[in-house]
Ligand binder design. Sequence first.
Ligand SMILES: [Zn+2]
Length: 310
Amino acid sequence: MIVDIHTHLFAKGWVPREFFYGVARFMTREFAKQGIHETNKDVGDLLIESCNDPEAESLLVEMEEAGIDTSIIFPVDFGVALGDPELSIEDVNRKYAELAEKHPGKLIAFAGIDPRRKQAADIFRKCVEEWGMKGLKLHPSAGFYPSQKEVCLLIEKACQWNMPVLIHSGSMMMPFRSKYSQAIHLDDLAADFPDLTIIAAHSGGMFSYSQILSIMTVKLNIMVDISAWQLIADRNYPGFCKALRELMDFGGADRIFFGSDSPSFRSVMSNRDWVRLIKELPWKAPDGIKFTEEEVASVLGGNAHRLFNL
Ligand SMILES: [Zn+2]
């Protein structure tokens, strides 16, 4: 069984447009290297069109192609940081819940709420008690620390419902602020809520995973996902293998989840190739770095299977 623990669905009016213009800055630069000169706004508008997937049709096709059985889907609430989009965050969450209900077994929805909203606790309660959502996703780079007071209110609820909280960790592109999402800030949360399952999205970030490595070695309630690591796997395969081996050696293969952050890295690597790359680790990893089939099976789905009782 293969589970992708980190995916998003974007649709027009669900996310502030400024988010896409921030992402577009990277692509505009890449395009310029290829001699294609587009404005940032044009690239952002193109992204908004190409990511539009309100019924999860593209995601489901992508899952089929990659052999992914189940995906965890969650919204990102950038409304407090950038201004609310057309649809309220409550309605966006409900859309996610409806999609999970429409595709049982295939899609599992987490709630995504900025804890600084006045209604955050109430929206989270609706997400879980009325709409059956299974976890919480937080994006601190929108402007809050994972351990600050407003967050704790939601975390207490998550503990009460015994559900995992997946938190963006590592750096974040403009207009967001990376200082809030450095992995070190998860340490307070892990200490204050020892029974909470914390999943550090992106394992602290591709290039600063050593920070998460240091924390997860001592805080056993911290787990990680490897979404966004397609980039390093694509550009520096030996470096990727070395980093993943270290995460396994010190954190344990039973605390690492496969993830794609789809649709964000489709242009870097398809999910079919990303799954294949992980599956082939036992015989393709460079000399001196070994992975077993059991470790790969844990990461690809075994750990998620256990966490969600699939
Ligand atoms: Zn993400």
